[in-house]
Each structure stands twice: as C-alpha cells, then as structure tokens.
Design a binder for this molecule. Structure first.
Ligand SMILES: CC(C)(COP(=O)(O)OP(=O)(O)OC[C@H]1O[C@@H](n2cnc3c(N)ncnc32)[C@H](O)[C@@H]1OP(=O)(O)O)[C@@H](O)C(=O)NCCC(=O)NCCS
Length: 283
C-alpha cells in the first residue's frame, strides 16, 4: 500500500532520520540548499497512513540534467519493491533529461543495468577529527583568501564555468552563500583562482562541500582558511577526487567509501584538474 507523492516540509524529520541511520553526510543545510535549487525535485514513498518510508531526489540542478542525490528506503521496508517504485517515478519526472547520480560501489552494477552506463569520475569519502592545523603559515603568499560575498557571484560563475560545461548558478547560490556556510575565494591579482566551502551540520560535525583551485598552493591555502573556522575536535567529512593526494591535515582520517558519478548520456566533460573536493549533493 505504498504510493508516491511530492515532498512537503513536514517530511524533513523522516528524511533526516533515514539519512542519519544510513550514516550519510547529509545535513538540513544540504536539504534546504537542494530544495532551493528545485523545490519540486524530491519524491516521497508513503505508507497507507501517509508516513514517509522512502525518498528519491530528481533535482533539476542544471539545464536538461536531473540529479538523483537521494535514494533511500526505510530499513525494515527494503526488498519489497518500494525502491523500484521510487526509481520509476523519478524516471517519469526526468523524461528525456540526462539522469546523473553518485553511486556507492555496491549499487554501481544495478544503476548500470538501469541505463546509467557512462562513468565520469570517482571520489573517495573520508572522515575524521581535526587536531593540529597551523593557520598562520601563509603571511607572505601572493594569493589572498577572502570570504565569498554576493558581489563575487559573477566572477565566481565565470570561474566555475571553466570547470563545468553547464551553468551552476542555482547550485552556487544555494550551497555557498548564506550565514550558515563558511565560503572563501582565493584571488591572484584580483582574479578568482579557487574557492572552497564548508558548513557545520551540528555543533561538532562539519562537511566540506567544495574545494576548487588552480594549483596545490591555492588549494592548501583555502583549506587552511576553512579549517581555521572549524572548532577543534570537530568530526569533519569530505569527498576527494581519487586522482588527488590526500591533504596532510587528514593523514589519519578514515576512508569510508568510494563513489562513482554515473550518467545516462555522455556529456561534454567536467574539467576535473581544478576540482579537488566536491560533494555528492550537487552536480
Ligand atoms: C537502494 C534502496 C533505496 C532500494 O530500495 P528497496 O525498496 O530495497 O528496493 P526494491 O526492493 O524495490 O528493489 C529494487 C532493486 O534494487 C536492487 N537493490 C536493492 N538494494 C540493493 C543493494 N544494496 N545493492 C544492489 N542492488 C540493490 C534490487 O535487487 C532490485 O533490483 P531489481 O529491480 O532489478 O530486481 C534501499 O536498499 C536503500 O535504502 N539502501 C540504502 C541507501 C542506499 O544505499 N541508497 C543508494 C545510494 S547510491
């Protein structure tokens, strides 16, 4: 007796509970940002009394692209066809658009069977506690890091377009602006050469949501800037592209998994050389 309906704000506690049980790096800030990008992009599987038992995201995050950042069914309801029902509803909503998701290793073959046969890049997931970060090491650097503000949006968009072959204006606005995020840009001669962002899920849990940079020095400087805003002993998590070295601050962090970006159609490629850390919540 499960049916599919659109998400409403009352569903947030059920969604947070399910993602928490699965130990996903997903916060209410991520949830709000996703819905800001596409308020109609979340579908709910409900039981006979309207209680949510599963969710699937089909977010219109970029022109002609639907991103499935959430696909989850309540533990004791799995294996009964609810996931399939959600998946089919997502496909109906997506229509002819390209479907994109970041797959955990376990699900990769299943998604491939569903037609997501193109692989874009692989990331590794890490988590751990920050202990010692020297935050005053770049006094004489020629790159400066400043907080991201609204006035930087056009320049940030221009920088982002060097990496992504489609406009991410909605994503950038939703994820990196606002008083609940720490976001910085790196400048060289007043030109953006990198950006980074993180947010606190709770008092002692932090997610890095972006680290893009033209070179290693800029990346390191942006990281130091981010970490200087994160309280000591915070549990920090991030995903890093698998061809990038793990920054020295995270040497004792634990690798919690691998995810691969899958697509239903080939797209002009993302320039991953500047992409270091990304999130499995945006495309
Ligand atoms: C993935 C998930 C949403 C599927 O929901 P479900 O209600 O159990 O799915 P269904 O019973 O409708 O089965 C749908 C299909 O998914 C497949 N499937 C379910 N769980 C799977 C798993 N862990 N690994 C591989 N395939 C899986 C089933 O074999 C079935 O395949 P078929 O339709 O070709 O026969 C559910 O298992 C879940 O919440 N898992 C934890 C969260 C998660 O890992 N999400 C995916 C992140 S990329």
């Amino acid at each position: 007796m499960v049916s599919i309906r659109p998400y409403t704000h009352e569903d947030i506690s059920a969604l947070m509970e399910l993602t928490e049980l699965e130990d996903w790096g997903f916060s209410e800030i991520d949830c709000r940002a996703t819905l800001m990008v596409d308020p109609e992009g979340l579908l709910v599987a409900q039981d006979a009394v309207g209680k949510p038992v599963g969710f699937i995201g089909c977010f219109n995050m970029a022109p002609d692209i639907v991103y499935v950042n959430l696909f989850i069914v309540q533990t004791n309801m799995r294996g009964k066809g609810i996931g399939r029902k959600l998946w089919n509803a997502m496909l109906d909503t997506a229509g002819h658009k390209i479907v994109v998701l970041d797959s955990i290793s376990e699900m990769k073959e299943w998604y491939k069977k569903q037609g997501l046969v193109f692989e874009e890049f692989t990331v590794k997931c890490y988590e751990g506690k920050i202990t010692n970060v020297e935050t005053n090491i770049y006094v004489d650097s020629s790159y400066i890091c400043v907080p991201l503000t609204k006035k930087h949006l056009p320049a940030l968009l221009a920088y982002d377009q060097k990496i992504y072959p489609y406009s991410r204006e909605k994503v950038l606005r939703a994820w990196y602006f606002g008083s609940d995020k720490y976001s910085f840009i790196a400048l060289y001669n007043k030109t953006i050469v990198g950006y980074a962002s993180c947010h606190m899920k709770s008092e002692n849990v932090c997610f890095i949501r972006a680290l893009y940079a033209d070179n290693d020095i800029i990346a390191d400087k942006l990281l130091v800037k981010l970490l200087s805003h994160v309280p000591k002993a915070t549990m920090l998590s991030f995903v890093i592209l698998d061809d990038k070295p793990l920054p020295k601050y995270f040497a004792d962090f634990v690798n919690t998994g691998t995810e691969v970006r899958l697509l239903t159609k080939e797209m002009p490629g993302i320039q991953t050389d500047k992409m270091i850390m990304n999130t499995a919540h945006t495309i």
